[in-house]
Design a protein around this ligand. Structure first.
Ligand SMILES: [Zn+2]
Length: 145
């Protein structure tokens, strides 16, 4: 698997904090209800903390009460990649940033209250919120950029 952004472990370690590295590059999971975006309602775009690719929009974020920020749809269908994950004796679907391959979280089909029925359960530490203030237009245009 190759990604647009490829870095050595050494480079990632230099750029990320140890906690970020653990989740993004070692597929760790932050503890529930501890992430900074669990209950965030701010309008904006969530970017990949490792490569700044735009991944999710606040209008697809919903209250899942699972302890992690949850979205029902990625910003673009090709912003993330989905991989089967059989770790921890479970069969889950891992969500990674398509641009740099960093681990974001998992996706589950257990959100019937949303338009897609899906819950992208994402670690806060994997993403960065860019609040939309004056740049609503920029968001619209970025798909053609
Ligand atoms: Zn990324």
């Amino acid at each position: 698997m190759t990604y647009e952004i490829e870095k050595t472990d050494e480079q990632w370690r230099a750029e990320l904090t140890p906690a970020e590295y653990h989740v993004l590059r070692e597929a760790g999971t932050e503890r529930p209800f501890t992430g900074e975006y669990t209950d965030t309602k701010t309008t904006g775009i969530y970017r990949c903390r490792a490569c700044q690719a735009e991944l999710f929009r606040s209008d697809t974020k919903f209250d899942s009460h699972c302890g992690w920020p949850s979205f029902f749809d990625p910003k673009d269908s090709d912003a993330v990649e989905l991989l089967e994950d059989r770790s921890l004796f479970m069969r889950r679907v891992e969500v990674r940033c398509k641009r740099c391959g960093s681990h974001l979280g998992h996706v589950f089909d257990d959100a019937p209250q949303t338009p897609t029925g899906q819950r992208y359960c994402i670690n806060s530490i994997s993403i960065d919120l860019v609040p939309a203030e004056q740049d609503a237009e920029v968001t619209e245009r970025s798909s053609t950029a």
